[in-house]
Design a binder for this molecule. Structure first.
Ligand code: TMP
Length: 210
């Protein structure tokens, strides 16, 4: 059986990647492709439970390293229980966030060190890296504005961070992109949603056909 393709969606909060992932996923499924849509932290019961702990607004005392380890633990379980089996069955797996979120948020924005956070994540994921990462770029001010006007979205512990934290997240992503250039494809998320969806879909199809 043909092996699947692992594709991740990344970007600062409010970039709209979750909506784009759903829309692109539907289009790919309609065209007859086997697609699995999932997210981090979460995607399966154990990892969704870890998500509750990480994002709980009451857990204000959570230490940065604890946070990084919990994300890595949720990632590990999701990978072995859901992502890898789907890849083995030939699915195109579209995952909302993966290791790059930890590198940008915990490694850079929280100041734990990109290299250090990469090390704990290498333990968690072993060799499984995405073949393509779509990065949805948005100015932090615009991203936060979108979050505050989107009533259907849960407001979590990380949304409560300051604008300067979200600016650091974007800077962190820029460093990570530089480090893993070959895997990243940058999309301007300030464009109208239909355009963003079309660009993402085209890039994924190009990858599938390769
Ligand atoms: P979401 O809003 O995209 O579902 O993600 C939840 C929050 O978790 C978001 O603010 C980004 C953050 N996050 C990290 O800080 N590190 C990670 O490794 C992941 C996967 C998410």
């Amino acid at each position: 059986m043909e092996r699947g393709i692992f594709i991740t969606f990344e970007g600062p909060d409010g970039a709209g990647k979750t909506t784009v992932l759903q829309m692109v996923g539907e289009k790919l499924a309609q065209s007859g492709l086997k697609v699995l849509l999932t997210r981090e932290p979460g995607g399966i019961s154990i990892s969704e439970q870890i998500r509750q702990v990480i994002l709980n607004k009451d857990n204000t005392s959570m230490d940065g390293r604890t946070e990084a380890l919990l994300y890595a633990a949720a990632r590990r379980q999701h990978l072995v229980e859901k992502v890898k089996p789907a890849l083995e069955k030939g699915y195109i797996v579209l995952c909302d966030r993966f290791i790059d979120s930890s590198l940008a948020y915990q490694g850079y924005a929280r100041g734990l060190g990109i290299k250090e956070v990469l090390t704990i994540n290498e333990f968690a994921i072993e060799e499984t890296m995405p073949e393509l990462t779509l990065y949805f770029d948005i100015e932090p001010e615009e991203g936060l504005k979108r979050i505050s006007t989107n009533n259907s979205r849960e407001v979590n512990r990380l949304d409560m961070e300051t604008l300067s934290f979200h600016k650091k997240v974007r800077e962190g992503y820029q460093i990570v992109i530089e480090q893993f250039k070959d895997r990243f494809f940058i999309i301007d998320a300030s464009l109208p949603i239909e355009r963003v969806v079309r660009i993402a879909e085209e890039k994924i199809i190009e990858k599938v056909k390769k």
